[in-house]
Design a protein around this ligand. Structure first.
Ligand code: KG4
Ligand code: ZN
Length: 352
């Protein structure tokens, strides 16, 4: 089924259920200008449900998506004052993520598509993150640009030459930056997800107090490694013994500084090496205040233009999914007739 190409306006419903956030959004784009706006959006976080288990429980996540999604879709449609006749396509996260959670979103999107005769566009979750900065007033930078993509499961530097043309210039060889935040937070007895908790605690801490490694900083490539840093945090916490409130704040600040320094250094190096003048950040860790200010500072020093999405579009959301659907339509990316959810899915231009 083809997306209607005659109308000037295109409305895309976005559905995201890849992990522990159920999200629905509706984007209205103008085919002529390539610009648009969100008509409505909703996010329901399951964090409180999973927090007591110290991480996401896949079965529980699927069940929560299943009960929340139909109501949220109805509310988003009502808020935007839209009926199904007004919707040109449904964009849904098809992977990567938790198999059961993805299946809930994909099945629901397919059912909606079948009943209302609307095409369904499978979207790569990381492509959603990658393009989320474009939801801001000034949109995305001109191509090519570099994106630092830092989420719970991924840490990569991606060169974007066009919509659908993504080349990974560097990535983590073990843990992701978000994972390092989360695991280090556990060592400090902080709740899940650890990134925002470490960041909060770090506000009153001294980031120079504990000497932690900057993994791979001096290697002549754009890859990352964070598992050694997590181990160093474990030894630092153990060897220190009982931690006072100030010790904990200093430890949190030292962890945050170590992670951010590596991310910032490699990001600007990637821009230099690739001869790219614009840097976009994306993914949950991109909401981190320390990372945003360090990157802004360093980019200014190097004459790189930095694009920071609003914090709510860094963490998982459906606005980025319908926006990615819109941009894919703008370049006439074919909508596959048959597709399946893909819990593991590489981000590359050919594997779509
Ligand atoms: O992109 P995201 O919401 O979900 C995935 O696709 O993985 O990223 C979640 C990750 C978690 O590791 C979380 O701790 C981290 O992003 N995160 C943060 C902050 N907000 C979320 N890390 C550091 N500082 C934050 N403010
Ligand atoms: Zn994500």
């Amino acid at each position: 089924m083809e997306v209607n190409k005659v109308e000037k306006i295109m409305r895309i419903l976005g559905i995201e259920t890849s992990c522990d956030e159920t999200a629905v959004a509706l984007f209205e784009g103008d085919r002529a200008s390539g610009k648009g706006r969100l008509l409505s959006e909703q996010i329901m976080s399951q964090i409180e449900t999973h927090a007591r288990f110290g991480g996401v429980v896949p079965e529980v996540a699927s069940r929560e998506h299943l009960s929340a999604l139909p109501i949220m879709v109805e509310e988003v449609m009502a808020e935007a004052n839209c009926g199904w006749m007004d919707i040109d396509a449904i964009a849904v996260t098809a992977g990567p993520g938790l198999m059961g959670a993805l299946l809930v979103g994909a099945s629901y999107a397919r059912a909606l598509g079948a009943v209302n005769t609307i095409p369904v566009i499978p979207i790569h979750h990381m492509e959603g993150h990658l393009l989320a900065a474009g939801l801001a007033e000034n949109g995305l930078p001109d191509f090519p640009f570099m994106t630092l993509l830092v989420s719970g499961g991924h840490t990569m530097l991606v060169r974007v030459d066009a919509i659908g043309e993504y080349r990974i210039a560097g990535q983590t060889i073990d843990d992701a930056a978000g994972e390092c935040f989360d695991k280090s937070a556990r060592l400090l007895d902080l709740p899940y997800p650890g990134g925002p908790e470490i960041s909060k605690l770090a506000e009153h801490g001294d980031g120079k107090r504990f000497k932690l490694p900057r993994p791979m900083l001096n290697r002549d490539n754009l890859n990352f490694s964070f598992s050694g840093l997590k181990t160093a945090v474990m030894y630092a916490v153990k060897s220190h013994g009982v931690l006072s409130n100030q010790d904990r704040a200093d430890m949190a600040a030292s962890i945050e500084t170590a992670i951010c320094e590596v991310l910032v250094n490699k990001s600007v190096r990637a821009c230099d090496q690739e001869g790219v003048k614009s840097l976009v950040i994306a993914g949950g860790v991109a909401a981190n205040r320390c990372l945003r200010s360090m990157l802004t500072q360093e980019s200014e020093n190097r004459g790189i233009e930095i694009y920071l999405p609003q914090a709510k579009y860094c963490t998982d959301n459906a606005a980025m999914i319908c926006y990615a659907g819109f941009l894919n339509q703008m370049v006439a990316m074919p909508v596959p007739a048959e597709w399946d959810v893909r819990p593991r899915w590489e981000l590359s231009s050919t594997d779509r």
